[in-house]
Design a protein around this ligand. Structure first.
Ligand code: ADP
Ligand code: MG
Length: 432
């Protein structure tokens, strides 16, 4: 039956998983519910048993066999036919596509860079390094690149892996004595994506291996895409040589979402939800309220919306402002923990090493004016104070001065990467 089962598996797993993992299996025997396969390497055996065992058993049983578990036998098989040892990608999230990524000012650069890489063609920036805070779309963009590359160039061997999984595979390869396989597998991909690279910081042997993998792929002009939670230079306990490698391509960041982007994302989620559930009704002002009140993390935003949908379909009620307030009280409370104007002023002045009184006072020198504008910008972003109120707290300034300051920072943060890093660092400190 193995022949039939193999064909079924090819359909359900897709050709690339099939060729990498199922094809190398050689059926040995089936005794007492244990189905034994010969495999070319331990790595493949382990991988199959962890990732595909259930499906293989299921298909075998469907074909009339009675199988309880699988066994893999490495010694008994001839050398793997060449070309089979390709790396599998864990399933990509179906909905993480470019289509479903809402673009706004805070993420337009990252989007454009990802899109460019996904078009394939000559390697233009290598590596591409995407960074930003939690829930801002790094993983989404990486999966979107993988989806698009697979569609445009199915022959490419595209590997997406989290840094954590990379480490896990590495440690296991050492333990099982399969380093040769490991090296070969990772160095034979055409496109390598490693998500959340900060994870390997401080893990020296994994970093070492990562470094060599990285270099070998770059030498072969293979595209590499890496994500992290902050700029390469800012990742603690990451080796300098890796930092500098990561910086040598294109580094782009995903900024915290702003109100407009959040609203856009909510609208797009609502529209796609309405495709499956046309009955859902959302009262005017609800999306605006959520965009205003829920913090920059898109995952939290999505969670809120999902809960509202579920709740309203359960009780058969329109989603009104009151319902949202009731149903999301916990989420709203958390994002309500806003920093105060005083905290912002203190943190910003410490960050720029100037005296608080100078920052608030009348001095116009740039050394004071710029931090002052930064602080005003944060007050606008993170507190619910009105512009005149903010002005008042900054030594009785007029609200037009505040508007000017906020605009200036909005403008500069796109052009001035130093400033944008400063804002990012400060935001992190303020959110703690
Ligand atoms: P990160 O990897 O940066 O922590 P994710 O990529 O996992 O964040 O994104 C978190 C969630 O928010 C995902 O469900 C993702 O689809 C969604 N998301 C983030 N940014 C956007 C965006 N610009 N448009 C639509 N959905 C987004
Ligand atoms: Mg992620």
């Amino acid at each position: 039956q193995w022949g039939v089962v193999r064909n079924e598996l090819k359909k359900t797993l897709g050709t690339s998983h099939y060729t990498s993992w199922i094809e190398p299996l050689v059926f040995r025997d089936l005794k007492d519910g244990v189905c034994t396969f010969g495999v070319p390497t331990t790595f493949i055996g382990n991988y199959v048993s962890q990732n595909f065992a259930d499906q293989i058993i299921y298909q075998l049983n469907r074909s009339g066999e009675s199988v309880k578990r699988l066994a893999f036998d490495v010694a008994n098989v001839a050398a793997a036919p060449s070309g089979i040892a390709t790396v599998p990608s864990p399933a990509l999230e179906e909905r993480f596509t470019f289509d479903r990524f809402v673009v706004g000012k805070p993420n337009e650069l990252a989007y454009a860079a990802a899109k460019r890489v996904a078009e394939g063609g000559p390697v233009s920036f290598n590596p591409l390094f995407l960074y930003g805070g939690v829930g801002l779309g790094k993983t989404h963009l990486m999966h979107a690149i993988a989806h698009e590359l697979r569609q445009r160039q199915p022959e490419l061997n595209v590997l997406y892996i989290s840094a954590e999984k990379f480490m896990y595979e590495f440690v296991r390869a050492i333990r099982d004595n399969t380093m040769m396989d490991f090296k070969h597998l990772f160095r034979s991909v055409d496109v390598l994506m490693v998500d959340d690279v900060q994870f390997i910081a401080g893990k020296s042997s994994t970093q070492e291996e990562f470094f060599h993998t990285f270099n070998s792929l770059i030498d072969d002009q293979k595209q590499i895409i890496i994500s992290g939670d902050r700029a390469p230079g800012e990742i603690k306990d990451l080796e300098d040589r890796i930092k500098s490698r990561l910086q040598c391509g294109l580094v782009v960041d995903l900024h915290p979402t702003d109100y407009e982007l959040r609203l856009g994302i909510l609208q797009s989620k609502l529209t796609s939800h309405q495709n499956t559930d046309p009955d859902v009704v959302v009262a005017d002002g609800v999306l605006e309220f959520l965009a205003h009140r829920i913090s920059t993390n898109v995952r939290v935003l999505e969670g809120a919306l999902t809960r509202l949908f579920a709740f309203s379909s359960l009780v058969g009620r329109e989603i009104t402002l009151e319902l949202a307030q009731d149903c999301l009280a916990d989420i709203l409370r958390i994002s309500e923990r806003k920093v105060t104007v005083e905290e912002i002023q203190r943190k910003v002045s410490e960050y720029y090493s100037i005296r608080l009184s100078d920052m608030i006072g009348p001095k116009r020198k740039r050394d004071y004016a710029r931090p002052r504008q930064v602080a005003m910008w944060f007050c606008k972003q993170m507190t619910s104070r009105s512009l005149p109120e903010i002005g008042r707290r900054f030594g009785g300034r007029d609200h037009t001065t505040v508007i000017h300051g906020v605009r200036r920072i909005e403008d500069l943060r796109i052009k001035d990467s130093q400033l944008s890093d400063d804002l990012e660092n400060l935001r992190r400190q303020l959110e703690e």
